[in-house]
Write a protein that binds this ligand. Structure first.
Ligand SMILES: [Zn+2]
Length: 83
C-alpha cells in the first residue's frame, strides 16, 4: 500500500489517468521526459514531460498552468459580459 510514492501523471488534455505507456516502458517512473504516451480516453499524444508540466490533481493549492489559463479565460469572459 505504498501508493502515495507512486508517480501519478494525468493526461494533460482530458485529465484522466488512463495514459498508455509505449512498449518497453514498464511504468511511468522509468519513462524518460520525452517518452511519448497515449491517452486511451481522449486519444491524445504527449510526452511524460508535458504530463509533468500539468499536474491536474495535485492536492496542493497550486494551480497548474493550464488551470490558470482556463481561469484567466473564464475571468475575461466574465469581465466581457459585465462590461
Ligand atoms: Zn486524455
Amino acid at each position: 500500500m505504498e501508493r502515495e510514492d507512486r508517480e501519478v501523471l494525468l493526461c494533460p488534455i482530458c485529465g484522466c489517468d488512463q495514459c498508455v505507456l509505449p512498449a518497453g516502458v514498464p511504468d511511468i517512473g522509468s519513462a524518460e521526459a520525452d517518452t511519448v504516451l497515449f491517452c486511451s480516453v481522449c486519444g491524445g499524444e504527449f510526452t511524460k514531460g508535458q504530463m509533468q508540466a500539468v499536474q491536474w490533481s495535485s492536492a496542493s493549492a497550486d494551480l497548474s498552468a493550464v488551470e490558470q489559463e482556463v481561469l484567466r479565460q473564464l475571468e475575461e469572459q466574465m469581465n466581457a459580459s459585465f462590461s
